[in-house]
Design a protein around this ligand. Structure first.
Ligand SMILES: O=P(O)(O)OC[C@H]1O[C@H](OP(=O)(O)OP(=O)(O)O)[C@H](O)[C@@H]1O
Ligand SMILES: O=c1cc[nH]c(=O)[nH]1
Ligand SMILES: [Mg+2]
Length: 212
């Protein structure tokens, strides 16, 4: 597994405001959206392309176009939905699948309550969106589901990752040769006893959408 913590002043600046407890929901949504687009630029560095020639007003020019099949973007509901627009702005031709997952706040185990994905993901590059990688249970279950359907290349985009969650993913997929990448705005210090990322930003779903 490859992990990239994006080192960029704009990312750091936006993340700092996102963490601030005084940041309201509308601002939190806008910053999430902006951060995802910046992270997606790095996360798509290995996107598959094929050679293409276009005619400029002057001459033919060699270039590239995104390869087929199209990439699949998979936000993990609920908080991952706040990252979808920022991603599709950069990748407008991507298809979108959905995974609904919730972590039991007592056991910290992830449960899947909704799955809407293509049956066959062979040859698809998949981009999973989830702002928080805490214990790693949610993301591991999501990645497993994608590989079970034939995906062979998965990149997760997170706003924050905990070292515990990254270690958990490393171990969970140690036997897998297919590429797995995690791109994040920062790797924080640790998880607290409730499984929250410290210093973190609190409950991402609640800060995006309110306490439901
Ligand atoms: O790495 P883990 O320990 O599994 O925790 C991370 C998960 O917890 C949060 O979702 P939550 O379960 O709160 O659902 P929500 O998005 O509906 O708020 C977050 O958005 C991740 O999906
Ligand atoms: O810090 C955390 C951990 C899990 N889910 C969140 O929303 N925040
Ligand atoms: Mg939540």
């Amino acid at each position: 597994m490859q992990t990239l913590a994006v080192d960029h002043p704009l990312v750091a600046h936006k993340l700092t405001t996102l963490r601030d407890v005084r940041t309201d929901s509308p601002t939190f949504r806008r910053l999430t959206d902006e951060l995802v687009t910046l992270l997606a630029y790095e996360a798509t560095r290995d996107m598959r392309v094929t050679a293409a020639t276009v005619q400029t007003p002057l001459v033919p020019a060699e270039g590239v176009q995104l390869a087929s099949p199209k990439p699949l973007v998979v936000p993990i509901l609920r908080a991952g939905l706040g990252m979808l627009d920022g991603m599709t702005r950069l990748l407008p031709t991507a298809e979108v699948g959905f995974l609904g997952m919730i972590r039991d706040e007592g056991t910290l185990q992830a449960q899947t309550y909704a799955t809407r994905l293509p049956d066959d993901l062979s040859g698809r590059q998949c981009y999973v969106l989830d702002p928080m990688l805490a214990t790693g249970g949610t993301l591991a279950a999501a990645i497993r589901l994608l590989f079970d359907r034939g995906a062979d290349d998965v990149t997760a985009i997170c706003l924050l990752a905990a070292p515990e969650g990254l270690r958990y993913l490393e171990q969970a997929f140690a036997d897998l040769s297919a590429p797995i990448r995690v791109v994040t705005a920062a790797i924080d210090s640790h998880l607290n006893e409730q499984g929250f990322i410290v210093p973190g930003l609190g409950d991402a779903g609640d800060r995006l959408y309110g306490v439901v």
